[in-house]
Design a protein around this ligand. Structure first.
Ligand SMILES: Nc1ncnc2c1ncn2[C@@H]1O[C@H](COP(=O)(O)OP(=O)(O)OP(=O)(O)O)[C@@H](O)[C@H]1O
Ligand SMILES: [Mg+2]
Length: 371
């Protein structure tokens, strides 16, 4: 029996996603059938001002916080995968004439530098063959090239070293999100107001919006293959700032502003007896409107300049996606169904019984990098 159990589970490992606001850590095992089993997770507070331009600046504080989460949640694996911050990553999607994957490997070895405006010595460059697409009647292979500065990667590896964790891999959010959404997503909720009306847009093109603290990341996927990725340098913490301004709070009252944001979200109507709710909600709306205007511009760019199809559904992930009223607000603006990832079932990803599923929206990158 013992032997069977060993066969069923490979060894477990950790994945770590250090966001500007929260550090997300999960402990997982790959099952023999390829399914992922999440045995536990923990979410810590990212110490303030520790990440600059994508690199970890104050390593010791970050390491101390991770240690705290590991011990509190009894996460004891000795190996780890880590996701680097979404800012300052260079990505390119290129189309290549049809040839074997081996031929692409050979070509990339020699030519990859011609696609990137960087000093190759300073970067870790990688590529992935996404699949075959048809462009103006001819088949092409789509290749996704990424480059991350070595200093950034090293700052993350140093963290793992200090934690005595053996690094398995370092990945970027675009890859982890894409891997997550390659899984079968089963939508349970049928009450979406937009689905009740006939969806305006029918296509296999979906967008994932990661509402982080300092960033909002737009991913567009067609038939589950990543097609488009942009990082906006506006996030949920800008709402805290807007609420602070609106209410004339002191800089030291940023926590209060964040609490109001979580409490009130986006209100649909003004409640005459709750002026505070309306003030906070209006502040939040101004930031969300700004983000969504930008998202819409990028969707339009994708359709008009990248020969993409219109986005027919939107998944919202990241802590900022928890904002009350956000789902309905986006549905009203874009006219397509919007799904919060905590309300869907994901085939091939199992959670230990009793784990709080509400927090899954925070864990997409951590789960994705595990896959
Ligand atoms: N219930 C809630 N309602 C609204 N906002 C929330 C809620 N819970 C958390 N947030 C916000 O979510 C943000 C953190 O989300 P997340 O952990 O995805 O960001 P991050 O990964 O740390 O940031 P980034 O991706 O920009 O590095 C914070 O701004 C926080 O205030
Ligand atoms: Mg994040």
């Amino acid at each position: 029996m013992f032997f069977m159990a060993l066969q069923l589970f490979a060894s477990s490992y950790l994945t770590i996603d250090i966001g500007f606001r929260y550090i997300k850590i999960i402990q997982v095992k790959k099952k023999k059938n390829g399914d992922l089993y999440v045995s536990n997770y923990g979410i810590g507070d990212t110490p303030k001002d520790c990440i600059k331009n994508g690199a970890i600046k104050d390593k010791d504080k970050v390491v101390a916080e991770i240690k705290k989460v590991l011990s509190e949640k009894k996460l004891d694996s000795k190996e780890a995968k880590i996701v680097v911050s979404g800012t300052n990553i260079i990505t390119r999607i290129i189309m290549m004439d049809m040839m074997s994957d081996g031929e692409i490997d050979a070509k990339m070895k020699n030519e990859i530098s011609t696609y990137l405006p960087i000093n190759m010595d300073e970067y870790v460059v990688d590529y992935k063959i996404l699949g075959v697409v048809t462009e103006e009647g001819t088949q092409k292979k789509k290749v996704f090239i990424t480059a991350v500065n070595k200093k950034i990667i090293n700052s993350y590896i140093e963290i793992l070293k200090d934690l005595h964790l053996k690094p398995i891999s370092v990945d970027i959010p675009a890859n982890s999100v894409a891997k997550f959404f390659q899984k079968d997503i089963v939508i349970k909720e049928l009450e979406s107001s937009v689905i009740k009306r006939t969806p305006k847009v029918v296509s296999n093109t979906a967008a994932v919006l990661d509402f982080g603290s300092e960033t909002t990341i737009i991913n567009i996927m067609k038939d589950k293959i990543p097609e488009f990725n942009r990082v906006l340098l506006v996030g949920s913490s800008n709402i805290d700032q807007a609420i602070r301004n609106e209410l004339n709070l002191l800089p030291s009252e940023m926590d209060k502003a964040e609490r109001y944001k979580k409490m009130y979200g986006l209100a649909k109507y003004k409640d005459q007896n709750n002026e505070l709710e309306w003030q906070c909600s209006e502040a939040a709306k101004s930031v969300i409107d700004d983000i969504l205007k930008n998202v819409k511009m990028n969707f339009d760019f994708y359709v008009n300049r990248c020969a993409g199809e219109p986005v027919s559904k939107i998944y919202i992930v990241g802590g900022g996606s928890q904002l009350k009223g956000l789902k309905g607000y986006i549905e009203d603006i874009f006219g397509v169904p919007v799904y919060q990832i905590s309300n869907v079932e994901i085939n091939g990803i199992e959670f230990q019984a009793g784990l709080d599923r509400d927090k899954v929206s925070f864990l997409i990158n951590a789960i994705g990098v595990a896959l």
